[in-house]
Design a protein around this ligand. Sequence first.
Ligand SMILES: [Cu+2]
Length: 161
Amino acid sequence: MRRLSFVVLTVLAPAAVLVLALPSPVAANPQLRRFSIDARQFEYAPGRLEVNVGDRVALTLTASDVVHGFYLDGYGIEHRIEPGQSVTIEFVADQAGKFRYRCSVSCGPLHPFMIGELVVGPNLPFWQASGFVLIALIGALIHLYLSSSREASSGKTQESS
Ligand SMILES: [Cu+2]
């Protein structure tokens, strides 16, 4: 029992802390997120997309009236969208934050206002899972520490009697 708690304290605990400390939200549960975006004068539908860091994003772009463009800030992705033809682009959302997508083909008087927003949020399930693991680990260590010190003190009382 003593030996086991010693192993846990000296080997497993630092290893678990190291694993938790590594900045690996990008690799945690990446999902393929598919969206269809229709471009029309003078908006995108939908005008807002939400994904998590690390997700693979597949966008199918269509234009329902005239030729539009799709330029995604921060990711440097640009495509021309012709009416009647769909374009599919894929990328990994590896940067967290808010990124605007805007029309890059002059399509009419309100063209400059044709803007949408991609929100790349932190991978919350990953951080929640990490929190639970950490709490469970701390709980296990406290339990081991208490039971081993209880054993030690009961051993002493037996010796003295
Ligand atoms: Cu435009």
